[in-house]
Design a protein around this ligand. Sequence first.
Ligand SMILES: NC(=O)c1ccc[n+]([C@@H]2O[C@H](COP(=O)([O-])OP(=O)(O)OC[C@H]3O[C@@H](n4cnc5c(N)ncnc54)[C@H](OP(=O)(O)O)[C@@H]3O)[C@@H](O)[C@H]2O)c1
Length: 289
Amino acid sequence: MTRSTLPGGTFTMGGDVTVTRVGYGAMQLAGPHVFGPPADRDAAIAVLHEVINLGITHIDTSDYYGPYVTNELIKEALYPYPDSLHIVTKVGAFRDAQGGWPSALRPDELRRGVEDNLTRLGLDTMDVVNLRVGGFSGPNTTSIAEPFGTLAQLQAEGLIKHLGVSTMSATQIAEAQSIAPVVCVQNFYNVAHRDDDTLIDSLAEQGIAYVPYFPLGGFSPLQSEELNAVAARVKATPMAVALAWLLQRSPNILLIPGTSSVAHLRENVAGAGLILSDEDLRDLDHITS
Ligand SMILES: NC(=O)c1ccc[n+]([C@@H]2O[C@H](COP(=O)([O-])OP(=O)(O)OC[C@H]3O[C@@H](n4cnc5c(N)ncnc54)[C@H](OP(=O)(O)O)[C@@H]3O)[C@@H](O)[C@H]2O)c1
């Protein structure tokens, strides 16, 4: 069994992909608005080296971050990868010339998406690929049968070990599970945005990882009087409280906070280890999104 001294220990997806519950989301490594190269390439590479130095074994990425930029940085900084490292990617969108995020859910687009991730990252097989549908703020109501079936086909061909989903409702996740096993769900969730509470508990019962994106609020940093008050009481930052709250919320929650800064990365890893009391948790329950 893999052991970790990082807060929260480890979680195993699909029976054989064991990751530290404190992971790293690579989206912030690209340029402004996740478009183009970073302002400081060496700083971005330094963040990735520190991810490994800290013992993190889960990096979340996508070939459409930049586009291509974060995957190129990951390969430049970390290839050949440590055996313990698991890189999780997502497909289902691309970037247009204006920096938009249109869907790319046709079979040929999904196949190209997976193949591009593999090529750019220098891998033969992806450990986990998430099918992303919906918008940043929440799922839509469309059937995911065709695109998820395409990923299941790519899994059968050996390009993908395990499948996950992103920005999906409970109904869509059940539809996906009727096609192939789902090992993780990546949706918008944080201490101030708790729409997925019921879903998280149901996934925990099934041993499926829940990986919240925007754990710190994403493009709009978390702002809450209740969060600030608890942070002041426990002498920590609001970011630390937000991450620690997620780790304590459920054992199947994996953290992928994003940062372009080595200092913030270290702060986040240390902060996630904060132990919140029942009083702290009760006060945080009063946050409204
Ligand atoms: N499936 C999806 O559709 C989807 C959507 C969005 C994101 N994601 C994934 O989820 C990951 C996390 O989301 P995210 O990066 O958008 O949002 P996030 O983790 O909630 O927040 C990132 C923001 O917080 C700042 N930050 C991080 N640590 C900080 C600290 N200790 N102190 C102050 N500021 C701090 C970062 O700025 P600095 O760079 O200055 O630290 C950045 O602006 C992404 O990296 C990506 O891998 C997935």
